[in-house]
Design a binder for this molecule. Structure first.
Ligand code: PGA
Length: 251
């Protein structure tokens, strides 16, 4: 009933020319893989090249952040309306790197989520615990809190455009993947939080991805889990063969 979404998160990698070349390489490899949505979230400056390269294919383009105000004196920021007009369909919100390095808080994650949804974007909202929080036994508490904070004032109708990515901070870019059972459990806490806010049927219909060192070798096992409805993929989304293999694993 819920849709698998395999999304790349390029982070601060790829120039516009490199973006175009990588997408040209990926297009034939993911063509016809219709059991999941295929998304590449790219640096804002790469968006026009990525959209041009992806035209006519099943690859959809996302951004990596969005500001919560509609317009104004926010030097360096990009609004939801700007992204929509450029042809962006998805946006990553609240990635742990933004929380860690750029002062992102649960409140700003919520504001960005509302701005994205109100503009008609699909929001990929990231939550995840640090190793310290996990070792202290706060994983469930933290994931539920972050999920509920992010979704405050979102309507049940808007939940159709929300994807939540459970990304344990200790697994991002480290090569240490959560076990399939840990991913399933974390995703389950997220889904339980959605159920507490919006009811069981909305929770059942919400796509919850796993992210954190997902690659061509571990994707099939992770995706086989009941609560894992896709992946948010960093490093492996920069290589066409690896990313295509993850898309294949979702078929
Ligand atoms: P990774 O990144 O796949 O390189 O661990 C995942 C993410 O940060 O979304």
């Amino acid at each position: 009933m819920r849709r698998y979404v395999i999304a790349g998160n390029w982070k601060m990698n790829m120039t516009p020319n490199k973006a175009k070349a990588l997408i040209e390489e990926m297009k034939p490899l993911v063509a016809g893989k219709d059991n999941c949505d295929v998304v590449l979230c790219v640096p804002a400056i790469d968006v026009p090249a990525a959209i041009e390269a992806a035209a006519g294919s099943n690859i959809k383009i996302g951004a990596e952040n969005v500001h919560f105000k509609a317009s104004g004196a926010y030097t360096g920021e990009i609004s939801a309306e700007m992204l929509v007009e450029a042809g962006v369909e998805y946006v990553v919100i609240g990635h742990s790197e933004r929380r860690q390095y750029f002062g992102e808080t649960d409140q700003t994650v919520n504001l960005r989520t509302l701005a994205a949804l109100n503009a008609g974007l699909k929001a990929i909202v990231c939550v995840g615990e640090t190793l310290e929080q996990r070792e202290l036994g706060y994983t469930e508490t933290l994931l539920k809190f972050q999920t509920k904070m992010a979704l405050t004032n979102v309507t049940a109708e808007q939940m159709k455009n929300v994807i939540i990515a459970y990304e344990p901070v200790w697994a991002i870019g480290t090569g240490v993947t959560a076990t399939a059972d840990q991913a399933d459990e974390g995703n389950g806490y997220v889904r339980a939080a959605v159920a507490e806010m919006f009811g069981a049927s909305v929770a059942e219909a919400t796509t919850v991805q796993y992210g954190g060192s997902m690659n061509d070798k571990n994707a099939a096992e992770l995706l086989s889990k009941e609560n894992v409805d896709g992946g948010l993929i960093g490093g492996a989304s920069l290589k066409s063969a690896a990313f295509a293999a993850i898309v294949e694993a979702a078929q």
